[in-house]
Design a protein around this ligand. Sequence first.
Ligand code: PMP
Length: 281
Amino acid sequence: MHAYWNGEILPLDAVRVSPLDRGFVFGDGVYEVIRLYGGRLFYADRHWARLARSLQALSIAPAPDPAALEDALRQLIAKDGVEDGIAYVQVTRGAAPRTHAFPAPPVAPSVLAYVQPIPRPASIDRGGRAVLYPDLRWQRVDIKSVNLLGNVLAKQHAVEAGADEAILHRDGLITEGSSSNVFIVKKGIAFTHPATNAILNGITRQLVLELMGELGLPVVERPFSIEALWEADEVFITSTINEVTPIVAVDGIPIAGGKIGPWTAAVRAAFSDLVERVRIG
Ligand code: PMP
């Protein structure tokens, strides 16, 4: 397995990160996960746009050039022979003596990327199980930062409960999943939390909103309550890794009889078409 590290391609275990790197010390960095299908990048442009936004929000500069990153990823894909998987890209503020404020003058950001095969999760087809968990995170989760403790604790809670995902709630409202966005369908209308500072605006979420328009499913971007989740006709989550995954039970209780609903099936089919288009090239 190889990595791109500050302009070079080298074996992953040859990468040497400074103990003073602010990603390591403060979690002062951002990342992206891009899907690979058939060795091709899936909607990379949208990920580069979100990476640029995250970097700008934290004043990490200069941002790496997307064309150079894509070139590096293509080399890694070829070297490591990855077909279906992910590309991980991380940019931290760089290495500098420890003090909370940004280094002055600024130091060069640290840029890491690698690719990794990932099997298509079974929960996408069989339906996933979720548990509820309080949203303990900070108020700028729209920035895709490597500070993920709230997400890590939520996912661990899900794993220990034998579930696939934790659905987060704050003040009685569903925000998102620990690593996904959450949609419900009720009486032929879809609902999802709006893209505020309280969620990460998922690339899969954005694609699904567009697909819903094409499918003729009205969608309202408005926060919905825990009660609305329980009473939903359909629930599904979206993410780069888990695509469109139906949620068939929450806290062990079946949602709408534990069956995958017709709108979820339609969105899944439309999303699979996008995947096949990229896979074929
Ligand atoms: N919310 C959170 C907290 C996430 O970690 C992710 C996964 N990156 C998502 C939503 C889904 O985003 P995307 O569709 O871009 O993977």
